[in-house]
Design a protein around this ligand. Structure first.
Ligand code: AHG
Ligand code: MN
Ligand code: MN
Length: 329
């Protein structure tokens, strides 16, 4: 048993069979991510985890050895679980495992690939839906239809942040027992914060509202926001998301003027939607700058979306900057 579920896990999923299927699938994912965590912990002893394979995924990202290895481990785990369909950042199209099974799982098997060789926290993101009659309609839908979502972080702790729609929980892998044990039963994001996360090197590519907001954060106490701001940017979505869940803040990966970045860098299905699910369940907010992430319909499997999430007040403020007249920005 990989996880000692809290007694309340998935109790809100009314259908007992569906709840059992979700629990079994999360157990399989946890076993898989213990393997990925072990490989990450060995780092350079595993020779070439961060080496590029020479291939690229559908989104054009160079695939690294650990991206591919992690996808293989997740796929093998889901083959033992009640999962009909699997969609992955590292697979061009949907993989049909067993169409008679009740669930559909999407995953970013290894998030933060640029950090693989730097001993910085990286992770695995997952999203679980009730399968529909065919593979495509099981994923091309609203993020609000997720029945479970979350992410594993391979860092000083190996942890799992997860929700089934009844709050957000954190489990930590106990190195002594090898079991993910409940650490935080009901995570809550503080509503206000003066810490923001954005890749500031893209400043001159941003649209006016984002540029205006960040410039006002930089003005700090002497500017319109009237407070000193701090900045963090890990380059691993799961690490920034975990920090924001722990102490508040706002994360932004907006669209920008670079080729291919009109809708930002992050993918809706297996990055933005599951992160938005755990953030909202912890009392935070997740938008594309103005609209709710979980209300955005997925039209293509690897569709990108601008992503702004975290403490409610700053996320709402970024929305207000988008609604200001362009001439006063
Ligand atoms: P992935 O490694 O799965 O492609 O995800 C990387 C993402 C995300 O984890 C992170 O927030 C973002 O890319 C960093 O982007 P930049 O390298 O452009 O800062
Ligand atoms: Mn990712
Ligand atoms: Mn990835």
């Amino acid at each position: 048993m990989a996880i000692s579920f809290s007694s309340t896990f998935a109790k809100n999923i009314m259908d007992g069979e569906m709840r059992a299927a979700v629990s079994e699938t999360v157990q399989a994912l946890a076993e898989a991510c213990k393997q990925i965590s072990h490989i990450c912990a060995r780092g350079p002893l595993e020779h070439g985890l961060g080496a590029e394979t020479g291939a690229a995924n559908t989104d054009g990202d160079a695939q690294k050895a650990l991206d591919v290895r992690s996808d293989e481990i997740i796929t093998a785990a889901l083959e033992t679980a009640p999962v009909a369909y699997y969609a992955s950042e590292e697979q061009d199209d949907i993989v049909t495992l067993d169409a008679s099974k009740p669930l559909a799982v999407a995953s970013d098997p290894l998030d933060g690939s640029s950090n693989i060789d730097t001993n910085v926290s990286i992770g695995t993101i997952f999203s679980i839906f009730e399968a529909k009659d065919d593979a495509r309609s099981s994923f091309l839908r609203l993020g609000s239809e997720q029945i479970c979502g979350g992410f594993f972080v391979y860092g000083p702790q190996t942890s799992l942040v997860i929700t089934t729609g009844a709050g957000t929980q954190t489990y930590v892998l106990d190195p002594d027992s090898g079991v993910f044990s409940l650490a935080i039963a009901d995570m809550k994001i503080v509503p206000a914060s003066t810490e923001y996360a954005i890749n500031a090197s893209n400043h001159h590519h941003w649209d006016k509202p984002i540029r205006a907001y960040i410039e006002d954060c930089l003005l700090g106490a002497s500017g319109p926001l009237g407070e000193k701001y701090n900045m963090r940017w890990v380059g691993s979505l799961v690490a920034d998301a975990n920090r924001i869940l722990s102490r508040g803040g706002i994360f932004m990966y907006p669209g920008d003027s670079r080729d291919g970045y009109a809708h930002g860098r992050l993918r809706l299905l297996y990055e933005a939607a599951p992160v938005a699910f755990v953030i909202e369940q912890a009392g935070g907010k997740a938008t594309d700058g103005t609209g709710r992430i979980l209300d955005i319909s997925l039209d293509t499997l690897h569709q990108r979306v601008p992503l702004v999430f975290g403490s409610k007040t700053p996320v709402q403020m970024v929305g207000d900057y988008h609604n200001k007249k362009q001439d006063i920005l």
